[in-house]
Design a protein around this ligand. Sequence first.
Ligand code: AMP
Length: 177
Amino acid sequence: MTQEQITKLKGIVRNIPDFPVPGVQFKDLTTLFKDAECLRLLEQGLVDLYQGKGITKVIGIESRGFIGGSMLAARLGAGFVPVRKPGKLPAETIQKSYAKEYGTDTIEIHKDAITPDDVVIIHDDLLATGGTMLAAYELVKSMNPKKVYINFICGLTFLNGRDVLPQDVEVTTLFDF
Ligand code: AMP
């Protein structure tokens, strides 16, 4: 993407102060998704990062990671795999719990979703503290894929989420705040 395109996308993201709790500046990406030109730019931006890397599966994290993740999978000719909150996936799953600011959270993935032949991207809309992505990465790694990439549409650099993710994994964002 060009600098001009990045500036355009960042300008269209809507900031919602104090959502869902006081003190959080929530970056609402639905304003990008609803704009046809932005959606096309996002899709192409993601595809350009991963074309030619032999990706076989894109893993999207519930729920906002389903949007970019499925677009990217279809364009790369890869499959799509959801990571979901507990109790949503119908077949046998493996789970991972992780600490949040208040309490803990759990995510899960179908046990047969990934094989050792897979080259995967784990995708979410936004990198904040990185806790959710780290849990998803550990779930995916336990299934021994050949290679794992991590991608977000957007990163909040002041929260230093990159530091909690494994340093030997390539992590990309389309733009950062
Ligand atoms: P984290 O585990 O802190 O990296 O964030 C987990 C999820 O919460 C991400 O998948 C984001 O979708 C969402 N999220 C956290 N903080 C924000 C924020 N400031 N604006 C928008 N989404 C957020």
